[in-house]
Ligand binder design. Structure first.
Ligand code: PLP
Length: 374
């Protein structure tokens, strides 16, 4: 990525973009979707998904389970959609029983979209996307299915085509481990069709402008970050070399190892049920006499370790261990050792080495040989 700007209209950049657009579909597990690589962040990708497919006043069902779903709902309301919020306690997943009731009752098809955050990064909760599709199919409901995959796509099992997702999105800084700055949005044929009649005001995010330039073979309606495109090429190559399924398995191992460490420390996972455990982030609940913000501050100041803060409702109550992206098993063990030292610093009676031992015993039994070194 460390290179000078290049003319994005000169032939190498369209050629690079063409291959990226083809290859990025693989991380969404789609052959029929149309991807957009937008100079923005996850928040802009949300806006792109909503404004291209919906009109002001449209009724949408949206699940509130943590800070990021809360922010997406805030955006949905400010964009003037009629948001039917289904709220769960933070630490729980989306309430799909209520979704089933709403879908079953909606014979007139007033619900135009169901919006869900696949992995709620604030609480470490992963929602069951296949189950949402089953509910829509059971009632033959035509609502669009919009998924925030910011902290899941390319790390957790995600199948756009199989699960009938209409718009899926992520950001460059998460599982691709790139700098922030690219929103990656993928639209199903049904979503593209919806974009033809969607009345929401949009300019920067208008898929139609992208599609015009796709047809011309120049790809960009405005200037892309050429550096990020080269970065994305490298990120995808690294992922494909490991194999997407192996990447997903690695995240599953890292998630499990982290949870074993948390258990060994005698602490609780914020996520209330195993079915929702996230393999990309673990939110750890601290005892009431400890402020989790102190843990995060101290980890950074003393051990150069970046933990995640507790956000909003869980501020001070949880800290988060991210295990997403270009991260290997030994790096995670280093992080877990760091957490143990911080826990000791703030007066939690942790048995040093307990979490690392639980995690490393599990990893030692499960780490595969490195394919290129067999
Ligand atoms: N959605 C989820 C699940 C996130 O975790 C985040 C950010 O962490 C966002 C959306 C917002 O993304 P961004 O900060 O890139 O705008």
């Amino acid at each position: 990525m460390n290179r000078n700007n290049e003319d994005y209209r000169a032939p190498p950049i369209p050629a690079l973009t063409k291959d990226l657009l083809e290859d990025v579909k693989k991380i969404f597990k789609t052959t029929t979707g149309t991807p957009f690589l937008i100079p923005t962040t996850g928040t802009g990708a949300w806006e792109s998904a909503l404004t291209n497919t919906l009109s002001p006043g449209d009724r949408i069902v949206s699940f509130l389970i943590g800070q990021f779903s809360l922010l997406w709902i805030d955006q949905q309301k400010r964009l003037r959609f009629n948001v039917d919020v289904v709220e769960s306690e933070w630490g729980q997943g989306a309430n799909l029983e209520i979704l089933a009731e709403k879908i079953a009752a909606d014979r007139a098809h007033t619900i135009k979209a169901v919006c869900i955050v696949h992995n709620e990064t604030a609480t470490g909760v992963t929602n069951n996307l296949a189950a949402v599709r089953r509910i829509l199919d059971e009632y033959r409901h035509p609502a669009l299915y919009l998924v925030d995959g910011v902290s899941s796509i390319c790390a957790l099992d995600f199948r756009m085509d199989e699960w009938g997702v209409d718009v899926a999105l992520t950001g460059s800084q998460k599982a691709l481990s790139l700098p922030t700055g690219m929103g990656i949005v993928c639209a199903s044929p049904k979503a593209l069709e919806a974009s033809k009649s969607a009345q929401s005001v949009r300019f920067f995010f208008d898929w139609n402008d992208y599609l015009k330039f796709y047809k011309l073979g120049t790809f960009w309606p405005y200037t892309p970050s050429v550096q990020l495109l080269h970065g994305m090429r490298a990120a995808l190559d690294i992922i494909f070399e490991e194999g997407l399924d192996h990447v997903i398995e690695r995240h599953s191992r890292l998630g499990k190892a982290t949870r074993l460490a948390v258990e060994a420390w005698g602490l609780k996972n914020c996520t209330q049920r195993e079915e929702w455990f996230s393999d990309t982030v673990t939110a750890v609940v601290v005892p009431p006499y400890i402020d989790s913000t102190e843990i995060v501050k101290r980890a950074w100041k003393r051990y150069n370790l970046s933990l995640g803060l507790g956000l909003n409702k869980v501020a001070g109550k949880v800290f988060r261990i991210g295990h997403l992206g270009h991260l290997n098993d030994l790096q995670l063990l280093g992080c877990l050792a760091g957490v143990e030292m911080v826990l000791k610093d703030v007066g939690y009676p942790v048995k040093m080495g307990s979490g690392v031992a639980a995690a490393s015993s599990y990893l030692q039994n499960t780490i595969p040989l490195i394919p290129s070194r067999i």
